[in-house]
Design a protein around this ligand. Structure first.
Ligand SMILES: [Fe+2]
Length: 501
């Protein structure tokens, strides 16, 4: 996509440009982090880039067109990329036509960005025959290449939903193919560098340029297992919130988030609802920023996850505990109540179905997933029972898991109220399969659980059915890898349970 020759041209072009380019000469190709788009509505889309190599504010021109060579430009303008926001550009384009593809490009000085492809959503009342999307999560940079994205792009999805762990703050795992080259980030500069490193990956850039993205974060965008203002280690809330503010700011600077999500200090309003005509509505949920602290942390820890006996850890079931925070819960309840969509898709980060981790009698629960927030899960599942075709999607566990969501997981006769699909990781390493499989007999509401593969989930939604293909890559040791379908599951309209296809 980008050649050495073009790099030299870019530097030469910037060197002879008018101010402020002369005084703020680029040291590198300004679009080295690529382009992206996100949050399609029937009339608009957010365009993103972050230009590199400048110190002073730089005007960046944007154009959006109806054709791939940008002959017919429909809208254009100029944004200022300033140092306060790491020279990132977020343009909320409005006035577009519903349900069609567009192409866009940025220009800084005389240097043009790669051309990105994006699209608008269908109008709210429009009947829609088909939606195709992919969801992905967990892309530890050191543990593999992002070959999965080549196959996502080849699938030509309408959008990609990314469900958390876009970066990792820490180095872990084995068989590394590349290095963070830096310790854990704490400062704004640290997080900016970490995001820039991840975004330098050409396959990730190509996926961002291919279609709009919807994004939510999990813990590793800030720190392992944090909850609201509490990290797992001994850091006090105040310095931790400063760290969170740096991480959230860098997240905004590197994602195609609409301007309304611009963070203020440690606060970033991430949750969002995206409509796809009468066919579907997707709720992007924030399960980190507003959650109650995990119950019963490990000995000598202030916070963070644990695997606990549910009888002993009595704090677990306290009714006031929330995964989303009460404000987001109320927003979601209202959105579900008002939804006219045939399918209601809850995109969140972690496992929602109960997963007993004690073979035989008794039950052990992992406190970082929804098992750590049972009262909040009960409240949500009661609402999902009233919703049209609710499907929950998630990531986090670096494994595929397909489950029925039930009002009472202990009762085999309790009916399913929704379906859950957990997607495996893009690269992050998972549990050994034997460790996961040993728990399946105690969790009969799970149709499958498989931690052996890396990949993504491809979804096709029509008015009659939801089809999920669990896609696996052969290796993450090379960029170029074959990809195949491990298994497919269907949810039929009006029947809230997944069925093997
Ligand atoms: Fe992860």
């Amino acid at each position: 996509m980008y050649s050495r020759r073009r790099f030299l041209q870019a530097v030469a072009a910037l060197a002879v440009s008018t101010p402020p380019f002369r005084s703020a000469r680029a040291q590198t190709y300004p679009f080295a982090l690529g382009v992206a788009s996100g949050y399609p509505s029937p009339s608009g889309i957010t365009l993103w880039t972050r230009i590199a190599g400048f110190q002073l504010p730089v005007p960046v021109k944007w154009e959006i067109a109806s054709d791939e060579s940008l002959r017919t430009v429909l809208s254009s303008g100029e944004a200022i990329a300033g140092p306060d926001w790491a020279h990132s550009v977020h343009v909320d384009v409005q006035g577009l036509e519903a349900n069609r593809w567009y192409w866009y490009r940025f220009t800084a000085g005389d240097v043009q960005s790669p051309i990105g492809r994006t699209r608008t959503a269908p109008g709210a009342a429009a009947p829609v025959e088909r939606l195709r999307f992919a969801f992905a999560s967990c892309q530890q940079y050191e543990q593999g290449y992002y070959g999965a994205y080549r196959h996502i792009v080849a699938d030509e999805p309408d959008f990609i939903a990314f469900l958390g762990d876009y970066i990792y703050e820490s180095t872990w795992g084995k068989e590394h193919v590349r290095s963070h080259g830096a310790p854990q980030p704490y400062s704004l500069e640290d997080y900016r560098a970490r995001y820039a490193l991840y975004k330098s990956d050409p396959d990730l850039q190509a996926a961002h340029a291919a279609c709009p993205w919807l994004v939510i974060w999990d813990d590793h965008e800030v720190d392992n297992d944090y909850a609201d203002n509490r990290p797992e280690d001994g850091m006090e809330p105040e310095p931790f919130l400063r760290r969170r503010a740096a991480a959230y700011r860098a997240y905004y600077e590197h994602m195609p988030l609409p301007a309304r999500m611009r963070p203020q200090g440690p606060h970033l309003p991430l949750h969002a609802g995206i409509g796809w005509g009468r066919l579907a509505r997707v709720y992007m949920l924030d399960t980190r920023q507003h959650r109650s602290w995990q119950a019963c942390p490990r000995p000598k820890r202030m916070g963070g996850s644990n695997t606990v006996d549910v009888e002993t850890c009595t704090a677990l079931a306290a009714p006031g505990r929330s995964m989303l925070g009460r404000a987001q819960e109320r927003w979601l309840e209202g959105a579900l109540r008002d939804s006219r969509a045939g399918w209601n898709v809850l995109a969140q980060t972690t496992r929602m179905a109960q997963f007993d981790q004690q073979p035989g009698p008794g039950r052990r629960a992992w406190t970082d997933g929804w098992d750590g927030y049972p009262a909040a899960r009960d409240r949500l599942l009661a609402k999902l029972k009233e919703a049209s075709n609710p499907v929950v999607i998630g990531g986090d566990i670096h494994a595929f898991q397909v489950a029925q969501l039930k009002l009472d997981f202990e009762d085999p006769d309790s009916p399913a109220v929704a379906s859950e699909f957990l997607g495996t990781s893009i690269t992050s390493q998972g549990w050994p399969q034997e460790r996961l499989a040993q728990f399946l007999p105690d969790n009969p509401h799970f149709l499958m659980a498989d931690s052996r593969y890396r990949g993504y989930t491809r979804v096709e939604v029509t008015p009659k059915r939801w089809l999920a293909d669990l896609r696996i890559v052969q290796t993450v040791q090379t960029r170029d890898t074959p990809c195949s379908t491990l298994a497919s599951y269907v949810v039929e309209d009006g029947r809230p349970t997944p069925v093997a296809a």
